[in-house]
Design a protein. Structure first.
Length: 552
């Protein structure tokens, strides 16, 4: 009987097959467990939201509620406008509302609050003496426009109107939840088909975090009257899944980006300049964060990391081994080991310009993230962690100097909210106070998904989503969320340490630091340990731009 001997190459392939199969099996098991948890969470939210639906359907049938997107005629709006004392004014309001609802080609009303955007010309109000309410809001102005409905009137109208029926909500819920699940299933199948050997924990963790985020998007808004936040949230996740898979197919160490040094920095500065010139802020804020429907700051963060990775890849040894010996700096060099200025100054100057542009945008949350990122990566490249502490002290001094001078207004307002959360002079500055009340309401185990009242917290779907999680999942749920974040960051640093080259090491470390810094800053902000910085919780908060960037 002949004995077949295997070659060394065949033995190596056979040895590698066993851990690869084990890894695929563990990832599949973890993903299945995450799937069960996410489906259970979505089911709990759906059950909580569906409780009042039979009553809603009955009231719609009796005409006590009106679906604004299915109003049969103008007269159907009159019962909603009982707050207007004069019949003539009530008829005027109904006529203007009907013009919006019945306009050909106009998109359906996505939330009842959208009616607050309808405005009336001042001349039309002044020409009709029967419009007492509108004339009172117009005051002494003779021109311009006035809101058709005051906020107090909108609050009275909202309980009697919906923008979608329970059946339409159910259809949206099942369709977008299915797409959410299929997105991660497709990435998992793609990884297995291509033989991708990535970390087996990353995909299940992302699935669980975004699953919690999806459940919270359902819970923080009225399903029949408010924006369906879960729909754009899932769109961001699906786009992020596509970017995640596409990025896994790139050999970053050998990519052209590894040879580019200042091109990513130029892209970041160009986006910052466009924001300064054409950007705007949410809700009348003076911060410029939106540009043509998206938030470029997320792309700016990645571009800055690409720049720093490319620069430190080539010069980290020079920064460590070549001290500055110019006579003019001899005294300083006796106490502090300074690297040669031609290697040390370019990244410092580049980040200073980026931070100055953020200052002009009045968006200092991302500026703080970028500053901390640079200090940490620079310390890694230099091999001297004390530089981080010195730079952090300088950074904090700069922020408090801005607060003392009142420049910019965004920073002064947020620090004032932090110093006095229960009695702040800033209008609408109850973010932190409401966040703390939500945590108190959640206690240890939470109210249950869909059963809390997180909508009381301003900007709960973006900046303060952790407050909603604390109320509905309690301290135990928050502990689980931060456990997932901790494992994700740990495994990402592990990937950086195992990188195939210097460029991919700095790239992985930089991107991991961005995620970790954002998480720590917003977590410290929502509990009052730090001022609110305006950054979002990765993979939990609403925002397609941030979701795409985080997945990438």
């Amino acid at each position: 009987m002949a004995v077949t001997r295997s070659t060394p190459a065949e033995r190596r392939r056979a040895a590698a097959t066993v851990p690869a199969r084990a890894s695929r099996g563990r990832e599949a098991a973890l993903l299945a467990g995450a799937l069960a948890a996410v489906v259970l969470g979505l089911g709990l939210v759906y059950g909580a939201l569906s409780r009042p639906f039979p009553d809603v359907e009955a009231r719609l049938g009796r005409g006590e509620l009106l679906n604004l997107n299915a109003a049969p005629r103008r007269e159907a709006l009159l019962p909603l406008l009982s707050f207007a004392a004069e019949p003539a004014e009530r008829a005027f309001l109904a006529d203007r509302l009907w013009q919006r609802l019945s306009r050909p080609g106009e998109a359906p009303v996505e939330n009842v609050g959208e009616l607050a955007k309808i405005r009336v010309e001042a001349s039309e109000v002044l020409g009709n003496p029967k419009l007492a309410g509108l004339r009172a809001r117009l005051g002494d102005r003779k021109e311009g426009t006035v809101a058709l409905l005051a906020l107090s009137e909108l609050r009275q109208l909202k309980p009697t109107a919906v923008v979608r029926t329970p059946r339409e909500f159910r259809r949206l819920f099942w369709a977008w939840s299915a797409l959410f699940l299929l997105g991660f299933a497709a990435v998992h199948a793609g990884f297995r088909w291509t033989g991708f050997r990535g970390d087996e924990l990353v995909l299940p963790i992302l699935f669980t975090l975004t699953g919690v985020g999806l459940a919270l998007m359902l819970a923080v808004r009225d399903p029949l009257r408010d924006l369906a936040l879960f729909r754009p949230f899932v769109q961001g996740v699906l786009g992020g899944c596509a970017l995640l898979f596409a990025a896994s197919r790139v050999d970053w160490e050998r990519s052209r980006l590894a040879r580019l040094r200042f091109a990513p920095l130029g892209g970041a500065l160009l986006l910052s300049l466009l924001l300064i010139l054409f950007g705007n802020g949410p809700g009348g804020s003076d911060a410029k964060v939106n540009l043509f429907g998206f938030q470029p700051v997320e792309a700016i963060k990645i571009l800055v990391v690409l720049f720093l990775a490319g620069y430190f890849c080539d010069r980290w040894e020079f920064l460590r081994e070549l001290p500055e010996r110019r006579p003019a700096l001899a005294r300083v060099a006796q106490w502090v080991r300074i690297p040669k200025l031609e290697y040390a100054l370019p990244p410092v100057a580049a980040i200073a310009i980026v931070l100055f542009f953020f200052f002009l945008q009045r968006d200092l949350g991302p500026a703080l993230v970028m500053a901390l990122l640079f200090l940490l990566l620079y310390s890694v490249a230099r091999g001297r962690p004390l530089l981080t502490l010195a730079g952090l002290a300088l950074l904090l001094g700069g922020f408090f100097a801005g607060y003392a001078l009142g420049i910019p207004q965004t920073v002064t307002g947020r620090i004032a909210m932090w110093l006095a959360p229960w009695d702040t002079w800033r209008r609408g500055g109850d973010h932190l106070a409401q966040s703390l009340w939500s945590f108190a309401g959640g206690a240890l185990t939470g109210t249950g998904l869909g059963l809390g009242e997180p909508q009381r917290v301003p900007e709960v779907h973006t900046d303060l989503i952790l407050a909603a999680a604390g109320e509905e999942l309690g301290f135990a749920g928050l502990l689980a969320i931060f456990g997932l974040y901790a494992v994700l960051v740990q495994r990402s640093f592990r990937a950086a340490r195992r990188a195939s080259g210097v460029y991919s090491f700095f790239l992985a470390a930089g991107l991991t630091l961005v995620t970790a810094i954002q998480t720590l800053l917003i977590a410290g902000g929502v509990v009052g340990f730090l001022p609110l910085s305006g950054v979002v919780s990765p993979f939990l908060s609403f925002g397609r731009s941030s979701m795409l960037a985080n997945f990438l």
